[in-house]
Design a protein around this ligand. Structure first.
Ligand SMILES: Cc1cc2nc3c(=O)[nH]c(=O)nc-3n(C[C@H](O)[C@H](O)[C@H](O)COP(=O)(O)OP(=O)(O)OC[C@H]3O[C@@H](n4cnc5c(N)ncnc54)[C@H](O)[C@@H]3O)c2cc1C
Length: 263
């Protein structure tokens, strides 16, 4: 690969670059499983709304999920603040049922802030010369241009922060089966699993049921999986090892359980 020399006003080696890994921060959730289960008695039994007991909640939630009565899942959901690359956020915003609020490259002046890139650790050394040059070009451009025009040189690797809101139907039954699948980009896959872990405690029955059925929830989940290879294991291990991130407990437990049922 040939790297062209670029006469920057500041030495490229002095570029204050930093690298980050994808991050998922759960900010809020709404609704809960016992409320949805309890509403069944109001809708079909003319009773006052009440939370259902744990046994009824499990039985009813699992039946809604198995029978495909998925619209009830829209009464609960979550908000996350995600950190990742622009490559990640571009894929994320294709999910039209979610809501977004993304860091503005028109208004944030990166000439005054730390410039951060999100690339897998094993690619950092190889990509650094290009990213340093990109950052130097941006700072040069900023001297005579607005931030909105200078941003044209920024790459897919540039870090972004994005607030995302999804209801549980969109997250568990559409986003996760598509983006945890083995054909999905490793960065969105790792983020999908971190989002799963973050809401596991709040929506445990849904999370467990979806985890157990995940490989059947989208026909393309096991893309490019060799015979005898386990696609749930591949999805998780490949994505977390690419980013050198630890597999969170609920995801590890799901993988163990799934492997046990397959044995
Ligand atoms: C492995 C993988 C590879 C991909 N590769 C590419 C690619 O190369 N190029 C590319 O452009 N995209 C690609 N995509 C993106 C993909 O085509 C979808 O745009 C993305 O996954 C969002 O899916 P969705 O429309 O189901 O989600 P959402 O927009 O969140 O929609 C959720 C569900 O709501 C319903 N819905 C939403 N909007 C409508 C509507 N207008 N009319 C009717 N029903 C609606 C549908 O049932 C839909 O499944 C890829 C995705 C994956 C997972």
């Amino acid at each position: 690969m040939i790297r062209k020399a670029y006469p920057s006003r500041i030495a490229i080696s002095e570029m204050p670059l930093s690298f980050a890994k994808p991050e998922v921060r759960l900010l809020a959730t709404w609704g809960n499983e016992s409320f949805i289960a309890g509403m069944l008695d109001t809708i079909y039994g003319n009773k006052q709304p009440e939370l259902a007991d744990p046994q009824k909640t499990k039985k009813r939630l699992e039946k809604f999920l198995a029978d495909g009565h998925h619209s009830v899942m829209e009464f609960m959901g979550a908000q996350w603040l995600l950190t990742g690359s622009r490559a990640l956020s571009h894929e994320l915003v294709r999910h039209r049922v979610a809501s977004y609020w993304q860091e503005s490259q028109r208004y944030v002046d990166y000439a005054k802030h730390q410039i951060t890139y999100v690339v897998p650790p094993h690619l950092r050394a190889a990509l650094s010369p290009w990213l340093e040059e990109e950052a130097a070009r941006y700072i040069d451009l900023r001297a005579e241009n607005t931030a909105e025009n200078s941003r044209y040189v920024l790459s897919n690797a540039f870090q972004t922060k994005i607030l995302v809101q999804m209801n549980a139907r969109e997250f568990f039954l559409n986003f996760l089966p598509l983006r945890a699948g083995t054909g999905a980009f490793h960065e969105i896959r790792v983020v999908a699993w971190l989002m799963y872990d973050s809401v596991h405690e709040k929506f445990p029955i849904t999370a467990e049921w979806v985890g157990k059925h995940l490989t059947q929830l989208h026909p393309d989940f096991c893309r490019e999986v060799k015979p005898g290879e386990n696609c749930l294991k591949k999805s998780i291990e490949e994505a977390f090892s690419e980013w050198e991130l630890e597999v969170p407990r609920s995801v590890r437990d799901l993988m163990t359980q799934y492997l046990r049922t397959q044995a």
